[in-house]
Ligand binder design. Structure first.
Ligand SMILES: [Zn+2]
Length: 483
C-alpha cells in the first residue's frame, strides 16, 4: 500500500518529466503483468498437483478393487426392488425375456417386469447369473404350473412336464448304477420312497430331464476318511471322489505328492438325494484252501520244514445274494454252496533236530555296528545291491547268520570280500574289509567275527558293504536287519 502511494505521488508530481512518467508507467505495467502471471501460474500448478494426486489415488483404488475380486458392475432392481448384483446388464435382459416366454406359454398370464440398474462396485464372486435371476423372477411371482412332481420321502425334488418324462428320469437314474457293477438279473430299487404326483408346482422347480438327474445325484458333500492303497496317486484319489487335486490338497493341510500306503486323508464324498439299491444273485467259484498235516522229524534241523506231498486247493460253486448301494457292495450272503472238488491235504515234515550254531537259522543279525550311509536300490543311475554301514576302522564285521564261508579274498571293486552260504537259500556278502579272519570252507556261528572294517576296493570311506541274496536274487537287507 505504501508502494502504491509512492507510485501515485510520482505520477501526479509536477516535477517529473513526461519521459520519466512514461518509463515509470511502462515499468508499472510490466510489474503488474508479472504479478498477474505469477498468480496464474501458482493457481495452475496447484491444479496440476490436485489432478495428479486424484489420478494416482483412483489408479490405486482400481488396482486394490481388482485384486480383491471387486469389479465395476450394477445393482439390479426389478420393478424397483433390489434383487442382487451383476457385472453386465445383458444376462438380466436374457432372464426377463426367458421368464416372460415361459410364464406366458405355460400360464396365459402376462408378465411385464422392468429392470433398472445402479452403477456400483460389486464382488465378482457374488454376482447373479441369468439362471439365478430367472429363478428369482419365478419365486417372486409365485407362479404355479400344472405338471408332475417327483418326491423323495415326501420332499419335492423337481417338477417335469409329463408322467413319461418323470418315468424316464427315474429309470435312467437307476440304469446308471446298473451299468457299473450290477448284472442284468439284478433287482434294482430306490432306497428312499419315491413318488410321482400330478399337481401345481412352482415354475422355479421345473427342470429339464438331464438337469433333474443331476439333482438326484446331489450336491451335498460329506467329509470322509480314505486310507491310501498301494500305487495310489493323489490324482487317482481326487478323480475317484470327483474332486480336483488342488481341492484334495486344501482338504489336507501339509499333504504332498509323496503319499504312503495306509496313510489316512480327508476326501469329500457326494451324498446323493436318491440312492439306488441293487440286489443280485451272483454265481461264482470260490477256492478252498488245503489243510496242512505236520509230522515231526528228528533227522531234520529245527526251523526247517520239508514238503512230503503237495496240497491241492479245492473248489466250491457258490450262489450269494449281494446287496449294493450306488454300486458299492454292502453285504454278501451265501445261500448255496456246492463243492466241485475237495482240497487235498499237504503233508510236511517239521525238523526237531537241534541245529548246530554254524548253520543258518533263517534270521539275521546286524553284521556291524555303525550308521547306515547308503540304502539298497537305485543310486546315481546304478543299482546298489546292498546297504553301506559306516563305522570305525578295524571294528568287527560279524556273520549275520551261521553258515559256511564260500569266498574269502580279493574281489574287484569289493576289496577284501567274504561270502557266507547259509544253506537255506540265503547267502550274505561282506565287502571293503581291512582284513579277513576266515578262509573258504570255515564254518561260522551267527555273530562270529569274520573280518575287520576297512576301505579296500572301490570305496570312498571306511564302511561295510553288505548284501543278502535269496536263491541268487538280491534282497533289500533292511527287510532283514534294521539300522
Ligand atoms: Zn555299497
Amino acid at each position: 500500500m505504501l508502494n502504491r502511494e509512492k507510485e501515485e505521488l510520482i505520477l501526479e508530481s509536477e516535477e517529473t518529466s513526461v519521459e520519466e512518467k512514461k518509463s515509470f508507467l511502462d515499468k508499472f505495467i510490466n510489474d503488474e503483468y508479472k504479478r498477474q502471471a505469477g498468480r496464474l501460474w501458482k493457481e495452475f500448478s496447484y491444479r496440476i498437483i490436485v489432478w495428479s494426486v486424484t489420478l494416482i489415488v483412483s489408479f490405486l483404488v482400481c488396482l486394490a478393487v481388482n485384486l480383491l475380486g471387486y469389479k465395476m458392475g450394477f445393482e439390479v432392481l426389478i420393478d424397483g426392488e433390489v434383487i442382487g448384483n451383476v457385472i453386465e446388464q445383458k444376462p438380466v435382459y436374457q432372464a426377463l425375456t426367458s421368464a416372460k416366454e415361459n410364464i406366458e406359454n405355460f400360464s396365459y398370464q402376462t408378465f411385464n417386469k422392468e429392470a433398472t440398474f445402479v452403477r456400483r462396485i460389486v464382488k465378482a464372486s457374488e454376482t447373479l447369473s441369468a439362471r439365478d435371476i430367472e429363478n428369482i423372477l419365478y419365486e417372486n411371482i409365485d407362479l404355479m404350473v400344472e405338471g408332475y412332481g417327483i418326491y423323495v420321502n415326501d420332499e419335492l425334488i423337481c417338477g417335469v412336464t409329463s408322467k413319461d418324462v418323470a418315468d424316464w428320469v427315474l429309470s435312467e437314474y437307476k440304469e446308471r448304477y446298473r451299468g457299473k457293477t450290477v448284472t442284468d438279473s439284478a433287482r434294482i430299487e430306490f432306497v428312499e420312497r419315491v413318488e410321482v404326483e400330478k399337481g401345481y408346482i412352482n415354475i422355479g422347480h421345473f427342470e429339464l430331464p438331464e438337469d433333474a438327474i443331476k439333482l438326484f445325484t446331489g450336491s451335498g458333500r460329506q467329509v470322509k476318511q480314505y486310507k491310501i492303497k498301494r500305487n495310489d496317486t493323489l490324482w487317482d484319489i481326487a478323480n475317484a471322489y470327483g474332486m480336483s487335486v488342488e481341492k484334495l490338497m486344501a482338504a489336507n493341510p501339509g499333504l504332498t505328492e509323496n503319499i504312503r500306503e495306509g496313510q489316512s486323508i480327508n476326501v469329500e464324498e457326494i451324498t446323493p438325494v436318491l440312492n439306488v439299491r441293487s440286489i443280485a444273485d451272483e454265481r461264482y467259484y470260490e477256492e478252498i484252501p488245503f489243510p496242512v498235516e505236520r509230522q515231526e522229524d528228528d533227522t531234520i534241523y529245527k526251523g526247517t520244514t520239508k514238503v512230503v506231498s503237495r496240497g491241492v486247493k479245492g473248489k466250491d460253486r457258490v450262489v450269494a445274494k449281494v446287496v449294493r448301494i450306488n454300486g458299492v457292495e454292502q453285504s454278501r450272503e451265501v445261500f448255496e454252496r456246492e463243492t466241485i472238488s475237495e482240497p487235498v491235504v499237504q503233508v510236511e515234515k517239521v525238523g526237531t533236530k537241534k541245529r548246530p550254531p554254524t548253520t543258518g537259522s533263517g534270521t539275521f543279525q546286524r553284521p556291524a555296528s555303525g550308521v547306515l550311509t547308503s540304502r539298497y536300490g537305485r543310486r546315481w543311475g546304478r543299482n546298489h545291491n546292498g546297504i553301506d554301514i559306516g563305522g570305525s576302522y578295524g571294528s568287527a564285521i560279524l556273520a549275520a547268520d551261521g553258515g559256511v564261508v564260500t569266498y574269502a579274498g580279493w574281489m574287484s571293486g569289493y576289496g577284501n570280500y567274504v561270502i557266507i552260504n547259509h544253506e537255506n537259500g540265503y547267502q550274505t556278502c561282506y565287502g571293503h574289509n581291512a582284513s579277513l579272519l576266515v578262509k573258504v570252507g570255515s564254518r561260522v556261528r551267527k555273530g562270529q567275527q569274520i573280518a575287520r572294517m576297512g576301505s579296500t576296493g572301490r570305496s570312498t570311506g571306511v564302511h561295510l558293504h553288505f548284501e543278502i541274496k535269496k536263491n541268487g536274487v538280491y534282497q533289500n537287507p533292511l527287510n532283514y536287519v534294521s539300522y
